[in-house]
Design a protein around this ligand. Structure first.
Ligand code: NAP
Length: 291
């Protein structure tokens, strides 16, 4: 019986996960299909429930459901539970388990592609959704000296900062945690003190309302920082273009996308993912989409 995996999110027009995951499944000669399952919020519970059917191996969960999905699954892995966000669901005989591979993908690209060592660095996180949660807890584990959360909704920023502070206290860590409104004069001071700036908002993403926009003004970008944009479609976002113009180092979201996808692939299939095959397929798909 052909097995099925999919990506669940809304909208999904920007996603290249079906392209690179299918390329990997085909390369490994597995009788499996990876599909795009665009799901509106009201249909999320039934879409997640369908994953329990025997032909379904699981799914990736993407914008905007990484936090919401927790209430519809049966168990959550320790790190995903700490983060409060799930990007991978695995169906084991009708029981659904949630995992988070975003943090591992983010850190692997940070070290191996951007050659950046996060220990003792100050990091600014733009956003407070599912991806921001994974990135923040990933950086906390790597012992950054400070994490500043800047988000449009201050309530969400405070909620993420609260979870981070709790973990810092419980683990006897020293990382300083703070919050700054995304649109504020304070942001200018804070940005200048950070060695790492990570965009975890959807701003700049293709097919979104803020396509063509940057979450940060060019004049605020320090030239000695690394600017990491999780957005991968387009590969050159307005933020990355501005950061390059300011003289900063940059990395886009594509390597992270492939690394988190490779970790998910292993959870569904038990096989090591062919990363080079995935990367080539993802790049080709972006070009086909007009990148
Ligand atoms: P999410 O949970 O829906 O969170 C979206 C975030 O974007 C929230 O913080 C939201 O702020 C902010 N935002 C949305 N519109 C905004 C605007 N106009 N101005 C300022 N902030 C705005 O989404 P997510 O799952 O965290 O994903 C976020 C981004 O990361 C997406 O672009 C996604 O594709 C990317 N991502 C990439 C990878 C990768 O592997 N490269 C992995 C994960 C995610 P509010 O709280 O104020 O609404």
């Amino acid at each position: 019986m052909t097995k099925y995996i999919g990506v669940i999110g809304y909208p999904l027009k920007h996603s290249v996960s079906p392209n690179f995951q299918q390329a990997a499944l085909d390369y490994c000669k597995l009788d499996m299909r990876y599909e795009a399952w665009e799901v509106k919020v009201d249909d999320l519970p039934s879409a997640i429930n369908r994953l329990r059917q025997p032909q379904n191996l699981g799914a990736n969960i993407t914008v905007p459901y990484k936090e919401t999905v927790l209430q519809f699954i049966d168990e959550v892995d320790g790190f995903a539970s700490l983060v409060g966000a799930v990007n991978t669901v695995v169906n084991s005989d009708g029981r659904l388990a949630g995992f988070n591979t975003d943090a591992a993908g983010f850190l692997k690209a940070l070290r191996e592609d951007a050659l950046f060592e996060p220990a003792n660095k100050k990091a600014l996180i733009l956003g407070a959704g599912g991806a921001a949660r994974a990135v923040s807890f990933g950086l906390l584990q790597e012992k950054v000296s400070a994490l500043i959360v800047a988000n449009r909704s201050l309530t969400k920023a405070a909620s993420l900062a609260g979870a981070l502070v709790k973990h810092v206290v419980n683990s006897n860590m020293k990382t300083e945690i703070s919050v700054v409104p995304l649109q504020s004069a304070d942001l200018a001071t804070v940005v200048g003190q950070c060695q790492l700036i990570v965009n975890c908002t959807t701003v700049g993403m293709k097919h979104y309302s803020d396509e063509g926009q940057s979450p940060l003004a060019e004049r605020l970008i320090p030239k000695d920082a690394l600017v990491y944009d999780l957005v991968y479609n387009p590969s050159q976002t307005p933020l990355l273009r501005m950061a390059k113009a300011a003289g900063a180092k940059t990395i886009g979201g594509l390597p992270m996308l492939v690394y988190q996808g490779a970790a998910s692939f292993k959870l569904w299939t038990g096989r090591e993912a062919p990363i080079d095959i995935m990367l080539t397929a993802a790049k080709k798909a972006l070009v086909r989409m007009g990148d």
